[in-house]
Write a protein that binds this ligand. Structure first.
Ligand SMILES: Cc1cc2nc3c(=O)[nH]c(=O)nc-3n(C[C@H](O)[C@H](O)[C@H](O)COP(=O)(O)OP(=O)(O)OC[C@H]3O[C@@H](n4cnc5c(N)ncnc54)[C@H](O)[C@@H]3O)c2cc1C
Length: 369
């Protein structure tokens, strides 16, 4: 069996690895000229680490990460405890996105990745499909995985009329700074006023990942640094939590990433007889649950488990869709409960409820072979 994967982001690379482990030939096409990763730090949850263990790269992934915990404080510096949840519900591994993608590209085998070659179109036939690429070439395959992100061209072909949409008013600012010059004795995530949240997490190599986000952002003015500082001011009260602003102030303007958050609307279907969507292409979601990549890694593992070298592709993709659509409907409900929490304490509790659900049954068992 031969698979074509579109997109060499986290999910495309993990899909390639999972399919190769299943004994399937894989070609990954990436339209960028290099393996890259838009963004800074990335939190990986236990369910993603389970997948990486099953794919034989768990130890390598842990070696590039820093074990961290998702506990929130309020703007006055008080810990928002969630005693009904265990410490394991708060644990995640912080990695650099680019380092993770490089590691995954090595694991897939760079010879299986074609850079600077984008997806153009596909045509399905009874016993195979033909994938057309932007350099004019064609490739025949048994299955096509669209892991080409929120603006997926594969999705526009498979499920027309589903462009990525703005999560209105939701913005994020973030950076990884190598030498913060600000002494840090702990990580801190803060829930503040005016729909703002943010914080900082130390990485395994001594740099610091900081982020600030805001729901219902008013019109933006000033530089990215000024915008981030304006939000950080909503996260401190009476001289508490001032380190975040110090970190932002110490960050060169050109290192700050800013995103208008984009979402993919719930899709009526994720597959056809020979085409499947995975990762943000299928479900780009709000990053206030910091789990889009983690859940996309599950998609990849499930494809690898269901597709077999001599198996029935249509049945495998139908089983994939039957599993994923209900799971993401539940993610959407839990994510909304976090977003619409009326107090920081409720946000923290709903967040822990989401992570507890995500990393326990049935998802974890489902992705295990
Ligand atoms: C501010 C923010 C913070 C986040 N934090 C976290 C977090 O802590 N933990 C977490 O789990 N998730 C997090 N997420 C979500 C996470 O970033 C995404 O879910 C994840 O990156 C999606 O990976 P992907 O591989 O599906 O898509 P992408 O990373 O978008 O990769 C898609 C790839 O496809 C390529 N491509 C696109 N079109 C084509 C084409 N036509 N032909 C060929 N190649 C193409 C692109 O160049 C790219 O390399 C966060 C998101 C945001 C915005």
């Amino acid at each position: 069996m031969r698979a074509v994967v579109i997109g060499a982001g986290i999910v495309g690379l993990t899909s390639g690895l999972a399919l190769r482990r299943a004994g399937i030939d894989v070609a990954i096409y990436e339209h960028a000229p290099e393996i890259r990763a838009a963004g800074a730090g990335l939190g990986l949850w236990a369910n993603a680490l389970t997948v990486f263990d099953d794919l034989g790269v768990g130890e390598q992934v842990r070696a590039i990460g820093k074990p961290s915990e998702m506990y929130f404080h309020d703007a006055a510096g008080r810990l928002l405890d969630t005693p009904e949840f265990g410490v394991e519900d708060h644990r995640f591994l912080l990695v650099h996105r680019a380092t993770l993608n490089d590691l995954l590209a090595d694991a897939v085998g760079r010879q299986n990745i074609r850079l600077a070659t984008g997806f153009a179109d596909y045509e399905e036939h009874a016993d195979h499909l033909t994938v057309r690429l932007t350099n004019g070439s064609e490739e025949n395959a048994d299955v096509l995985v669209g892991a080409d992100g929120a603006y997926s061209t594969v999705r526009s072909r498979l499920v027309p009329g589903t462009p990525a949409q703005q999560h209105l008013g939701h913005h994020a600012w973030r950076a990884v700074i190598p030498n913060p010059g600000v002494p840090l004795s702990e990580d801190r995530l803060i829930l503040g006023a005016h729909g703002c949240r943010g914080g900082y997490v130390r990485t395994h190599d001594g740099s610091v990942y900081w982020l600030v986000n805001q729901f219902n952002t008013p019109a933006l003015t000033g530089t990215l640094k000024q915008q981030a500082l304006e939000r950080a001011a909503h996260l401190e009260v009476d001289g508490n939590n001032t380190i975040l602003a110090e970190l932002i102030a110490a960050t060169p303007e050109e290192m700050i990433l800013h995103n208008q958050i984009m979402l993919v609307p719930p899709l009526p279907h994720w597959v056809s007889a020979r085409v499947a969507l995975a990762g943000d292409a299928a479900h780009a979601m709000s990053p206030h649950i910091t789990a889009g990549a983690t859940l996309g890694i599950e998609d990849a593992a499930l494809l690898g488990r269901l597709l077999a070298p001599t198996g029935d592709v249509r049945a495998a993709l139908a089983a994939y869709e039957a599993d994923r659509i209900p799971r993401y409907a539940h993610v959407a409900d839990l994510s909304a409960a976090v977003e619409h929490a009326s107090t920081p304490q409720e946000f923290a509790r709903n967040y822990a409820a989401f992570s507890h659900w995500m990393i326990t049954a049935p998802g974890e068992n489902r992705v295990r072979a």
